[in-house]
Design a protein around this ligand. Structure first.
Ligand code: GCU
Length: 717
């Protein structure tokens, strides 16, 4: 795969294939993806001096990648073939008698197995390895691109995009740079992503036409992504029958509307036989939806699901529905309540091929939110959990903010508490290699992976994990080069939600910064330099989410950002707007009372134990205190600090940590490619500036409100 210059290879530099490319490999199996596997190995061999055979058994081989259906399976491969099914996308990895074997039931499994061997590098070819069975915890591992075809007057080419333009679209047309799209598909396959939607959830006029007269643009993308096992989905407008079909209504119960969707969907599948399905944002932030016709969201979602069902397609229906025209004077309306209030009563009414896509928190991708109560409220609905890889509220890819520690907390959260229903068993899945599985209670990852389904083990009952993409046409893909790690980690966590974020960071570092040596060399020994590089990146990235939390909005209260743009501090920015996210700070205290006793009653949307834990001032975790409670500045946290002193301390500490990150990076100049180093250095300057601005505005605001001085006498402007 030749990358268009000067695009950065991200986690697939040619050196990452040295271990495979310098050896003798046999690929056994037919199908498009098996062909991809062969081509990948052949490419690596051309570079590193090894050789690859396909179908012909003229050994010896160091690596065998084979479908279990291949006959005959040579030597060791035959010996490690398991008696039971490996499962779609899964693979068995083993090493015996000097031969490394990857076996899969389906070609996709071979592809994922190949990339596992890439991650292992030389370790894949050392010693013996008992057969390990790997399969994804989630069958759907999807990225949503908020890319516009036309440049939107306010949001630009990519809504909330911080990495340049779209890799798919430019100025109203396809970019046509399919080499880049192909390279993208390859990166996604290597981290485990298997689906994308190619346009913004806010479907504007031009983008609506992707469904009909511009379908060819979508099918061209699908053709390029197919060899990497990436399915293509489309965001569609609920008003399509009106805006595209010329009907008088888009009423989901209207017979002509149903026929229109059936006909259009048939044509989509004629063009793209493996099309994934539709993504819909309805009745949300101005997008059309079923409410206009007096129908509910089950009616709306089922309409599209019915059209997709004959072809095996799904509709991702977003639960991000709330009133964005609130009156700030009205204290009873609480945006956090909205998704549950709209959707929980509909549980059981959605068709099987509807996936309700729920943002991980109840509000909107803040640096700290509780887990959405919707996740525990809809046992009879397929749920997908939506994360935001693009850093809208977490520094917009100018700040280092490695998000997996947050995602890990979300995915590992137990919606029914530690004594809730038990989780199922399965390799790489909920009871994965960390040994925690079997009897422990169901987690968010289990729900998304289908633990509450019919238990037939095919994973179909879970909606999976969806991430809002952080990719653009920037040479580093993600604007901030270190933000690549978030994209990589999203895929890895969707495959194996129990992975340790530090281990994922190590994988990403090893692949991305694989040291280049002459071809044919054995793996370069872990030098002092690579060790320093690794330590530097862990120091800067490992705790960067908490650092970001420290210098921005405190204790789970959220927002305090510049309205609209969402970058930089503005403590009262949303206090008197219709969007509904307030902190209610006055001279006595701060926070949102969401209790049942005296507040909006949001805590009552959780099942026990969380309904009690969050309701109780004593039990509520410090980091979420101001999300659930309005407290005096002198309220003492579990940490022993008062709320006001905590605000001062964390803001001073967070800004200092940003300065320290910049110092570490400057010190490490010689370890990185100079242009990458220079880009990150400039971004760290901006991060330090912005962190200090946050510190000073938040501290000054609360000092002026409360009149309480900093116990340590530091200067507050
Ligand atoms: C956020 C974001 C919007 C986006 C919306 C969504 O509110 O600011 O740009 O459209 O989320 O998820 O639909």
């Amino acid at each position: 795969v030749t990358l268009p210059d000067p695009v950065h290879p991200a986690w697939l530099p040619p050196e990452a294939f040295r271990a495979i490319g310098s050896r003798r490999t046999l690929v056994l199996g037919d199908g498009l993806l098996a062909g991809t596997v062969y081509d990948e190995v052949a490419d690596a061999c051309a570079r590193h001096g090894g050789r690859v055979r396909r179908g012909a058994e003229d050994g010896p081989h160091d690596l065998v990648l084979a479908l279990t259906t291949a006959e005959p399976l040579p030597g060791v491969a035959g010996e490690v073939r398991p008696g039971s099914a490996i499962g779609a996308e899964g693979y068995v990895l083993a090493r015996r008698d000097g031969v490394t074997v990857v076996l899969a039931d389906e070609p996709a499994g071979l592809l994922y197995g190949l990339f596992h061997v890439v991650r292992l590098g030389e370790r894949a070819f050392a010693g013996e390895r008992q057969a390990e069975h790997h399969r994804p915890a989630m069958r759907r591992r999807m990225l949503d691109h908020w890319d516009n075809v036309d440049i939107h007057p306010v949001m630009g080419q990519v809504e909330r995009g911080y990495a340049g333009g779209s890799i798919f679209w430019r100025d109203g047309a396809p970019r046509g740079d399919l080499a880049r799209v192909r390279a993208y598909g390859r990166l996604l396959a290597a981290c485990g992503v298997n689906a994308i939607s190619v346009n913004n959830v806010n479907v504007h006029a031009t983008e609506a036409h992707l469904l009909t007269d511009r379908l060819g643009d979508v099918s061209a993308l699908a053709d390029v992504l197919r060899p990497y096992g990436i399915g293509v989905h489309l965001s569609v407008s609920f008003a399509s029958p009106v805006v595209l079909g010329g009907l008088a209504t888009a009423d989901p119960l209207d017979e002509d509307v149903r026929k229109w969707w059936a006909g259009v969907t048939e044509r989509v599948y004629d063009a793209i036989p493996d099309f994934g399905g539709y993504v819909v944002k309805a009745d949300s932030e101005g997008q059309p939806g079923p409410f206009a016709y007096g129908r509910d969201h089950a009616d709306g979602a089922n309409l599209l699901a019915e059209a997709l069902a004959p072809y095996g397609g799904v509709v991702h229906w977003r639960a991000f529905v709330y009133n964005h025209r609130q009156d700030w004077r009205d204290r009873s309306t609480d945006r956090a309540r909205a998704a549950y209030d709209h959707f929980a009563p509909l549980d059981g009414r959605f068709r099987d091929n509807v996936i309700l896509q729920v943002k991980h928190g109840p509000v909107d991708f803040q640096v700290r939110e509780p887990v959405s109560p919707v996740i525990a409220a809809m046992p009879a609905t397929r749920l997908a959990v939506e994360l935001q890889v693009t850093q809208e509220y977490t520094g917009q890819q100018r700040h280092v903010c490695y998000l997996p520690p947050m995602w890990r907390e979300v995915l590992g959260f137990r919606p029914w508490g530690p004594d809730g229903p038990s989780r199922p068993d399965g390799p790489d899945g909920p009871s994965g290699p960390d040994g925690s599985g079997g009897t422990a209670a169901v987690t968010v990852a289990d729900v998304a992976g289908g633990a509450l389904g019919d238990g037939d083990g095919d994973g179909d009952d879970g909606g999976g994990l969806v991430g809002v993409s952080n990719v653009g046409d920037d040479p580093y893909w993600t604007g901030h080069p270190l933000a690549q790690a978030n994209l990589y980690a999203f895929g890895r966590l969707a495959w194996a939600p129990e992975m340790d974020p530090a281990a994922i960071l190590d994988e990403w570092i090893d692949l991305t910064f694989a040291p280049a040596t002459a071809s044919g060399d054995a793996e370069p020994a872990e030098t002092a330099e690579t060790e320093r590089l690794r330590r530097t990146l862990h120091a800067i990235m490992g705790g960067s989410w908490r650092t970001y939390e420290r210098y921005t909005a405190p204790l789970g209260v959220g927002f305090m950002v510049r309205p609209g743009r969402h970058y930089g501090p503005d403590v009262d920015g949303y206090e008197y707007t219709p969007w509904g996210t307030y902190h209610f700070a006055d001279r006595d205290g701060v926070g949102v009372d969401r209790t049942r006793a005296t507040g909006t009653g949001f805590t009552g949307q959780y099942p026990p134990p969380w309904s009690q834990v969050y309701e109780s001032l004593d039990q509520c975790p410090d980091e979420l205190l101001l999300f659930f409670h309005h407290v005096p500045y002198g309220h003492v946290l579990h940490s022993g600090s008062t709320v006001i002193q905590h605000i001062y301390d964390t803001h001073f500490a967070g800004a200092e940590e940003a300065v320290e990150a910049r110092r570490r990076w400057e010190e490490a100049a010689g370890l990185f490619d100079p242009s990458l180093h220079a880009r990150v250095e400039r971004l760290l300057d901006e991060q330090v500036r912005c962190a200090e601005e946050w510190r000073d505005q938040v501290n000054a605001y609360f000092f002026r409100k409360s009149g309480v001085p900093d116990l340590r006498g530091r200067r507050i402007p």
